[in-house]
Design a protein around this ligand. Structure first.
Ligand SMILES: [Fe+2]
Length: 547
């Protein structure tokens, strides 16, 4: 199996005398240990630590990172894909003891690195200390540029280039990374294309992800996250059994909180076998066929542990005078009015919005719907304003209550939380088609208020999951981009703007890729991937400094 993973001239180079122990070692070395899919994440403290992660086609021998005179051995974290049976080799080097706000060059290699003479190298920058300005960027739903794969699209490469063009300190990748679950028999190949596409930016600056529904894969761990968790080393949440699913980190005066909304959403959108055929894993896996109608539904998997951690984390953050801002990253949406997308989910509104209110979360960054939408600042909920889609009966959707509906360009987020839908990375399915209530002309959102478990359709052995079961007038919706489903949000944190009188600010600019929609829903215009990102809108968030 190891030898099958990819042989090169390295085989000859690593041949050794046929003693028992060294023969075993030679066999282990028989793979191709050339680093690929190289990407960075923050360590426990972004001012002084960072993790270099990568994969190689075969098992790497003495995988390591070099920084100056230091050689840091990598931890090997292999796994076997539960459907294809393919072995995957990943490596993680924890780099500590760095200086704040400093730039470092590093190289990644192994004894059986085909590029050992001139190994992959790049530079990164650590986070600065204190109330200092910095920039980060964000989108979700990236996919890969390899259009052989379901939901992949060429915009994915331009999106990565867009991150580089803005030179952020780091990037937030809001879930649904590559849709490997929709290409179930070739999951590792899809992840490989994703990792190699991202490397153009993620090897230069941390890309901090959260899991989306498409990170849930059959045969890969209790929540299906093995592919995701094996590739990323993320800050420790100290919750036994749930490492990597959610975490927080600090940069400057901002506390970033990354959540796994799969744990609380009602919608059922993980791996799914629609049928009529079963999904049959490779015999080597020993895994049985997965029957039509099977979905991997993980709502509630943490048994409340994530929400308890969230409350502790928010309470500690708001109790810390050096924290001004709290920014949450999660994949699914509490406030989205996409008509062709998923819409909003009552699960997030029930579990987490009250905590966002209590601890004055400033900003929530999501994905899931492949578009751009911004809410007004919201606090509290309007009860009994939703309508069951099937019957017209009243249903409580806990509609987020806007504290203003004046789109003035400056919002005090100590008064309410702004939600941004940024599912505008690079998939081939743009969802920039938004709901309108035909009765009153107001914006309308679909809302999941219960699980849409698979149901048999009229075709034999074919199952489907229904769309959201309720609607509401989306009075919280401030801005929707109807011209394209693709873009990138750029955030400039200015902790002490001049003449601000004790306020701190974040300027948000959304750039969009006009013409990238395969088909624009508003005009019917057919488009194609484009490298051109132009400004769509800019606005400013302000709040009083906490000290
Ligand atoms: Fe999603």
């Amino acid at each position: 199996m190891l030898a099958a993973a990819g042989g090169t001239g390295l085989l000859a180079a690593t041949a050794v005398p046929a003693k028992a122990a060294t023969t075993r070692r030679a066999r282990a070395a028989a793979g191709d240990g050339t680093p690929e899919q190289i990407h960075l994440t923050w360590g426990e403290d972004p001012t002084n630590s960072l993790v270099v992660s990568w994969a190689s086609p075969g098992q790497a021998v003495r995988a390591r990172v070099r920084i100056g005179q230091r050689v840091i051995p990598a931890e090997a974290r292999p796994y076997t894909d539960g459907i294809s049976g393919e072995p995957v080799w990943t490596y993680h080097a924890q780099v500590g003891g760095l200086r704040p706000g400093a730039t470092y060059a590093y190289a990644v290699t192994a004894d059986n690195d085909a590029n050992a003479a001139d190994p992959f190298s790049a530079t990164f920058r650590t986070a600065p200390v204190g109330r200092v300005p910095f920039r980060f960027t964000s989108f979700g739903d990236l996919a890969t540029p390899n259009t052989e794969w379901v939901l992949s699209y060429g915009q994915s490469a331009y999106a990565v280039a867009a991150v580089e063009s803005f030179q952020p300190l780091f990037h937030l990748l809001n879930g649904d990374l590559c849709y490997a679950d929709l290409n179930p028999t070739v999951q590792p190949a899809v992840w490989r294309d994703f990792g190699n596409n991202n490397q153009a930016s993620a090897a230069n600056r941390p890309w901090m992800p959260c899991p989306g529904n498409h990170e849930i894969e059959f045969g890969n761990g209790p929540q299906g996250f093995t592919s995701y968790l094996t590739r990323y080393t993320l800050p420790d949440n100290q919750v036994p059994g749930f490492a990597g699913r959610w975490y927080s980190f600090r940069v400057g005066s901002v506390l970033f909180v990354s959540l796994d909304a799969d744990d609380v959403v009602y919608q059922d959108a993980g791996a799914f076998v629609a049928g009529p055929a079963a999904l049959t894993p490779a015999a080597s896996t020993g895994n049985p066929p997965i029957q039509p109608g099977t979905s991997f539904y993980i709502r509630g998997y943490s048994g409340g542990a994530q929400t308890a951690w969230l409350e502790r984390t928010l309470e500690a953050g708001r109790g810390d005078e050096s924290v001004d801002w709290v920014i949450v990253q999660m994949h699914q949406c509490a406030a989205s009015s996409s008509a062709t997308g998923n819409g909003s989910d009552l699960g997030i509104r029930e579990e987490w919005l009250p905590l966002f209110d209590r601890y004055q979360v400033d900003l929530v960054l999501g994905g899931h719907d492949h578009d751009y939408e911004r809410s007004f600042p919201v606090r509290g909920a309007d009860a009994d304003v939703g309508t069951e889609a099937a019957t017209g009966a009243m249903v409580n959707t806990l509609r987020p209550h806007p504290v203003t509906t004046t789109d003035g360009g400056v919002f005090d987020t100590s008064q309410g939380t702004v939600h941004l839908i940024l599912g505008c990375g690079g998939t081939d399915t743009n969802l920039d088609d938004y709901g309108t209530d035909t009765a009153d002309g107001l914006r309308q959102a679909k809302v999941f208020t219960r699980a849409d478990r698979p149901a048999l359709t009229s075709a034999p052995d074919v199952y489907a999951r229904a769309a959201a079961d309720a609607v509401e007038d989306a009075i919280w919706s401030a801005r929707r981009d109807t011209s394209t489903g693709y873009g990138i949000a750029v955030f400039d944190v200015d902790p002490e703007p001049e003449g601000s009188g004790g306020h701190t600010s974040i300027t948000v600019t959304h750039y969009h890729a006009v013409g990238a929609d395969p088909v624009n829903p508003a005009t019917g215009a057919k488009g194609a991937p484009t490298p051109d990102y132009i400004e769509f809108e800019t606005f400013t968030l302000v709040r009083p400094r906490s000290s």
